[in-house]
Design a protein. Structure first.
Lengths: 249, 265
């Protein structure tokens, strides 16, 4: 069980003049659902994700994870950052086991799990490498492996593939889908890329800016498991066109 | 164009050789006697300072080099280790906690402009002509550099690294030691190197005035009795020790900051 309920959520920054980042956001994410938050820069999609993560607090409204209000970050909500945010002084292995270590989990418990997640992510050969020795895509895979090793039931992903080249981005999307298929975490995935949102998600929330709010909710009907060929089908393009119209609106 | 190693060494040697030649010429002029000893005289004086057997007390410098070097070095070591042990944790706190910064920072910034040399009389009054006074000055000189740089490093920790750590469930102690400290390490090493340089200045100045042993004491004493060969040999010795101790920190830095080095190359 790992659901997210957001009701009438506002976020205002007390600057001069005050900036309304989010206004009246309602959002429900079911256990095991893959949700994409889609919108242009400045629509508050990252702010919304940061509040679910517990990095920021709502100004008004309710934000519940498993029926409990969120006050602070925690391991049950694993965050994958845009620039991976790995500790540059730690090896891949030490980065991946950092969470269980600081939580005082027994080595016999986290070690096999970390090995497994590194294997799934195709990183087994790079355990002793430093983040700086890896490519952007591999760093992002370490970022995903470390939240999976913690056993986070909810994955919060903030444009995790935004800084990658097109080729790498596609293979990362496929990898993410196969991992999701295996482990079925609840995912909230922030992106400004319509193709990415449609290819990955069960439900796409289209957001608009000033103030940030949810403009439309679309259920993505494509069957799983999805292959990359899907993104060239006419049904896919039709949905893309619908969303484009929504965003121009 | 790639230069051979030999070419580089040759280029680096041109100026020192020129200086030594001029020095040798100047030192051998009759009117320079007693002011500028020739390089050869310095080498000979140094040799007896290092290896000479203490005689009947007519030459107080025979064979005392190792002892004096180790007096000065151990004072630097003690003062500098104290400065590090206090400066690094305090700097982390100041960079991390606004309350700590508001409480302590104005005091540090207010005292820092007072040069350590200005502390000498007060330090002698307080500690007397003893080791402690010297070590206090060395500590003070190293401390400012270390605490200021560490504070800066702790302040500059990347926000997303802190968020990532919080997301993984760190408590505040773990955050400080496992994230803020390693992240501030490059600044800390800058502080250590600058601080060590100041510590060597402090040991020489304090030994000239506040203690009766060490390279600084010999430097001033030799000047008084007109042993300019020892004065110059002493100066070179101080430079050598400063260089060696700095090299040790650079060596340590290379190991601790391997990630940083790889990042920049």
């Amino acid at each position: 069980m790992s659901k997210i309920d957001i009701l009438g959520l506002d976020k205002t920054y007390a600057t001069q003049p005050p900036v309304v980042a989010l206004k009246g956001v309602d959002l429900t994410v079911h256990s095991g659902e893959f949700v994409a938050l889609l919108g242009p820069s400045g629509c508050g999609k990252s702010t919304l994700l940061n509040m679910i993560a517990g990095f920021e607090q709502p100004s008004l409204g309710e934000l519940l994870v498993n029926d409990l209000p969120v006050h602070e970050p925690g391991p049950e909500r694993g965050v994958v950052f845009q620039e991976a945010a790995l500790f540059p002084w730690l090896s891949v292995w030490d980065n991946v086991v950092f969470g269980p270590q600081v939580q005082g989990v027994a080595k016999s418990v986290y070690e096999p799990r970390a090995k497994e997640m590194l294997k799934i992510m195709g990183l087994s050969a790079f355990e002793s490498s430093l983040p700086v020795q890896l490519s952007g895509g591999m760093r992002q895979r370490v970022g995903i492996a470390r939240v999976l090793t913690m056993g986070s039931k909810i994955l919060l992903m903030d444009e995790p593939f935004g800084a990658l080249d097109a080729q790498t981005r596609l293979s990362m999307q496929e990898l993410l889908l196969s991992v999701w298929q295996q482990l079925k975490p609840t995912v909230v995935f922030v992106t400004h890329d319509i193709d990415e949102a449609l290819f990955l998600a069960d439900t796409v929330y289209v957001m608009s800016s000033r103030p940030g709010r949810i403009q439309a909710r679309l259920e993505v009907p494509f069957e799983r498991p999805r292959q990359l060929e899907l993104t060239t089908s006419s049904a896919f393009n039709q949905m893309k066109l619908d969303i484009l119209k929504q965003m121009r609106h | 164009m790639a230069q051979s190693r030999l070419q580089k060494v040759m280029l680096a040697l041109i100026l020192p050789l020129a200086v030594v030649s001029v020095w040798q010429y100047a030192g051998s002029q009759p009117n320079m006697a007693g002011i500028v000893p020739t390089p050869l005289a310095v080498v000979l004086g140094w040799q007896s300072w290092i290896w000479g057997h203490a005689g009947l007390g007519l030459n107080p410098y025979l064979g005392t080099w190792v002892a004096n070097v180790s007096y000065s070095s151990s004072r630097v070591l003690e003062g500098f280790v104290c400065a590090t042990l206090i400066g690094v944790p305090l700097g982390l706190m100041l960079g991390w906690s606004r309350l700590a910064a508001q409480l302590v920072d104005p005091m540090i910034q207010g005292l820092r402009p007072i040069p350590i040399t200005a502390w000498l009389p007060f330090s002698i009054a307080l500690f007397g002509i003893r080791d402690v006074g010297s070590i206090f000055l060395i500590f003070l000189g190293g401390f400012y550099a270390i605490v200021v740089n560490t504070t800066q490093g702790a302040r500059d920790v990347e926000k997303n690294l802190v968020r990532a750590a919080l997301m993984m469930g760190v408590n505040s102690r773990q955050l400080l030691w496992r994230v803020v400290l390693p992240s501030a390490m490059p600044n800390i090493f800058t502080g250590l190197r600058v601080g060590l340089g100041i510590s060597w200045t402090a040991v020489i100045v304090s030994e000239m005035v506040a203690v009766k042993s060490g390279l600084g004491y010999v430097l001033w004493d030799a000047y008084y009795v007109g042993r300019m060969d020892i004065v110059l040999a002493d100066m070179v010795s101080i430079g050598l020790m400063g260089f060696l101790s700095d090299s040790l920190i650079v060596l340590l830095e290379g190991r601790v900051l391997r990630w940083r080095f790889l990042q920049n190359h």
